[in-house]
Design a protein around this ligand. Sequence first.
Ligand code: SAH
Ligand code: SF4
Ligand code: F3S
Length: 484
Amino acid sequence: MYNETDFDKIDLHAEPPTEEPARQYYFMAKCRNRVLDFKQKNGCFPKACVVNMGCQMNARDSEKLTGILKLIGYEMTEEENADFVIFNTCTVRDNANQKVYGRLGVMKGYKKKNPQMKIALCGCMMQENTAIEKIKTSYPFVDLIFGTHNIFKFAELLSASFEAEGMLIDIWEDTDKIVEDLPVERKYPFKSGINIMFGCNNFCSYCIVPYVRGRERSRSPRDILREIEKLAAEGVVEIMLLGQNVNSYGKTLAEPMSFAQLLREVEKIDGIERIRFMTSHPKDLSEELIQVMKESKKICRHLHLPLQAGSNRILQAMNRRYTKEQYIALAKHIREEIPDIALTTDLIVGFPGETLADVEETISVVKEVEYDNAFTFIYSRRTGTPAAAMPEQVPEEVIKEGFQKLLETVQETARKRVARYEGQVLEALVEEVNEHDSSLLTGRLSNNTLVHFPGDVSLIGKIVKVKLEQCCGFYYAGTLAEHT
Ligand code: SAH
Ligand code: SF4
Ligand code: F3S
């Protein structure tokens, strides 16, 4: 990894290198000179704000953007009224897009007061032509736009945008490129996400992700393990392996490796105490994975297994490639093999053609599987997906009725499931001071449930034993049992 001194060794009079990541470090050095100029003129370093608006994969990308900005010399802030602001956007549902337009409205005011300010947009929403067109006409004050496939080029694009007049747009249709060894700045010192694969090939008919994230490609096990070893050496104890469909990890590698095999290798890394992963597609979840989870001392007792819908007709129209019966059998089998596992899921209400009777089927699966938690979404029509063109889009009133009923069932079963450890002592990784009460710490159990308990900030980042005194709906109030 480069540091300040290494920047001085980069000859900016020479042509930029063609190979990566050296090329990006060249542009970081170039941007760094801009930052130093700013410091000379203003007496302080410029401030930058990275706003993450998407899923864990976007959050990891935001850490990469932050790593580059910090290395260049920006001072990071959470204030959007900064010298450089970048929105890492999501487009999975329309409300994500609306949020971006809302923020841009506010940014317009900021930029009027500080015309030197630079505003950038990146992430999934930028892979959509309609969004780009709207930004060009309605938000012409945006300085830089790039997408998901060329995020590794951020330093180069930032450098170019300093020299460009007006809006600079660079969007790639797709890529098979994976650039390693760029800087990254973790949000938490003790836990980290790690990309193991990018893109998605599943094409669930409602989902825009395969269009904005491109084709599935896996990182090499060597690069993944090397990154985790480095994180462990830096004090990270919990990692989350990230991919849209981790169960199909490794299929595209020159020497294929299964996700379960990868987990076995990760387990061997000293210092890593907890392993999580996200997300599993039920159709690809192997027996091998269940057995690896069962035997593991480190893999957390939590599996997020999106069901989406409980009606076979809807599941088929969604192109999920499993039936309700197959899903229930899988969930039951997992619970038999790993009894203390928490199962969570994603559910959609209002897919084209879905009736209240179909939603009842989803409700019946929720009752049968008894999820520890479920994210329930109202179907959002995404232009370009097969479902968007389907007739029979469901009227809002029908969706609302089904959604409310499903939500109630989900909350009821989750409350029951979460409460089952009341009175027990379990290990929690202490993550932060409680948001609402600073005398409390917030920890996460292996099964992903949160527990709040009195304790000293010095415990943050440590795994401690907590007595789960009282279940308060979806979380626990606890007391420190002993410090391990
Ligand atoms: N790859 C992950 C999910 C990524 S998107 C997986 O397959 O599990 C996260 C969740 O958003 C999905 O599980 C789905 O429930 C929801 N989602 C995706 N597209 C949606 C849409 N068009 N409308 C409503 N919810 C959607
Ligand atoms: Fe979207 Fe389906 Fe891929 Fe998940 S698996 S990202 S829901 S297409
Ligand atoms: Fe994630 Fe949203 Fe993109 S869910 S992959 S940030 S569309």
